[in-house]
Design a protein around this ligand. Structure first.
Ligand SMILES: Cc1ncc(COP(=O)(O)O)c(C=O)c1O
Length: 418
């Protein structure tokens, strides 16, 4: 039966108690047992985000003449991010998340090609590992999408990309890192291909944008992937992931302000007056923008370096734990914070990964199930600090429980409708 709204209003305490009660079956991210979805920067980050959120809970960035502080907040966060990604002249906006940033990049590539090259049947090229949001972008904005395979190391096959380039190519995509196995695509080669074709090159750093710059400062080899690579025209970086801000905020950057103009929508032909919109939203909550500003200020570069050090240490413990258990393995040699655990076909007794996921879930550990191939995905972060030894023990016990068994349910669950 459809639910009906209560006629009489209810007391605040009552309403809040009900909300708290609803959460009983939700993933317990607060105790570090989730590998994804919520990223916990620690008590100081919580405090600064919550205090900023209270101030900006009701504010609206639709009109920065009415809320100039939000205009300033956006421009400062964008500019700090451009600095981190080595794009001193880069220019962009805040969006509601990675998907919206990617949609903006797809739209900008289409508009640029239409204006500068007269292309009316735009095409884009992405790896099969590229995020589903690119397919959504192709669908929404009417581009033909070509999907290229990945190599044995899970990075995109650039030769296959090159074979798909034609005069209608407007966008070629690389990821830093890609979501499924956490490896960084060869961005310089992809960018060179795009530049030769006169097309945009978008780097999806939704996951890596707030990790790789700090991993580099920690001395890890992150390769060349940001605006230092000629030919990269746009980058997306999510502050609401490993930037540790609450949900609803990402940065889309274009190499120049000139390129940025292909993303925006400016309209003045209705009865409501001038309407300029930087991204896909109309009304825009000030809350995530202000919370992101506050979290970034609170952490500073040093805070992010510390969180990244901890994150990578946690991920290294997971990788070592997996390597020590017969029947499972990590896919690819991802060195950062994304870890995919799969069955080891060379083991005497390969383990059914989804049976393993059930066993881990019964012990309170949550992984996304993905495929092909069937694997358990982890976005490791500072959230998991202090529990990784317990995790490895749970993994060992779960593997022992399910060895030799299989389950029928092969469904994956990255994102759901209702
Ligand atoms: C590489 C990558 N790109 C894009 C996205 C989409 O981000 P969002 O879920 O914020 O829309 C994700 C999300 O995990 C991602 O890992």
């Amino acid at each position: 039966m459809a639910a009906e709204l209560n006629q009489a209003g209810r007391e605040v305490d009552d309403v809040i108690a009900d909300l708290e009660a609803k959460r009983v079956d939700d993933v317990k991210w607060e105790d570090g047992r989730a590998f994804g979805m919520v990223y916990d920067g620690g008590p100081g980050v919580h405090e600064v985000a919550e205090r900023a959120a209270r101030i900006y809970l009701h504010e609206n960035a639709l009109n920065t003449k009415a809320f100039p502080s939000l205009g300033e907040i956006q421009s400062e966060v964008v500019s700090w991010t451009a600095g981190l990604l080595n794009g001193p002249g880069a220019s962009g906006f805040l969006t509601s998340g990675g998907t919206e940033s990617i949609l903006c990049a797809v739209k900008a590539a289409r508009e640029r090609a239409k204006t500068e090259r007269g292309i009316t049947a735009p095409e884009m090229i992405v790896a099969e590992s590229a995020h589903a949001a690119f397919h959504k972008g192709a669908h929404l904005f009417g581009l033909t999408l070509h999907k290229t395979p990945v190599l044995d190391d899970w990075t995109v096959d650039v030769d296959a990309m090159a074979a798909m380039v034609n005069e209608n190519t407007v966008l070629i995509v690389g990821s830093a890192p890609q979501y499924p196995q956490g490896v960084v695509d060869p961005i310089p080669e992809i960018a060179a291909l795009a530049a030769d074709a006169g097309a945009n090159c978008h780097v999806d750093a939704c996951m890596g944008g707030f990790v790789l710059p700090f991993a580099e400062r920690l001395g890890r080899d992150v390769g060349n992937w940001d605006f230092r690579v000629e030919g990269v025209t746009s980058i997306s970086a999510d502050i609401h992931k490993l930037g540790y801000a609450p949900k609803g905020v990402s940065v889309i950057l274009h190499r120049t302000k000139d390129l940025r103009r292909y993303q925006t929508f400016v309209f003045d032909d209705w009865l409501g007056g001038f309407y300029a919109s930087p991204n896909l939203q109309g009304t825009r909550s000030g809350l995530p923008m202000a919370a992101a500003w506050a979290v970034m200020q609170h952490l500073g570069v040093d805070g992010y370096v510390d969180l990244t050090r901890q994150t990578l240490a946690n991920a290294d413990v997971m990788r070592a734990g997996v390597a020590s258990i017969d029947g499972i393995r990590v896919l690819g040699d991802g060195e950062f914070h994304l870890v995919a655990i799969a069955s080891d076909p060379e083991a005497e007794d390969p383990i059914d990964l989804f049976a393993l996921a059930d066993a881990l879930e019964s012990r309170g550990w949550f992984h996304d199930r993905q495929g092909p191939p069937d694997s358990l995905h982890s976005t490791v972060s500072n959230s998991n600090t202090g529990v990784m030894d317990d995790y490895v023990a749970a993994l060992e016990a779960s593997a022992a429980d399910v060895r030799g068994t299989t389950i029928d349910d092969r469904s994956t669950n990255y994102a759901t409708l209702e």
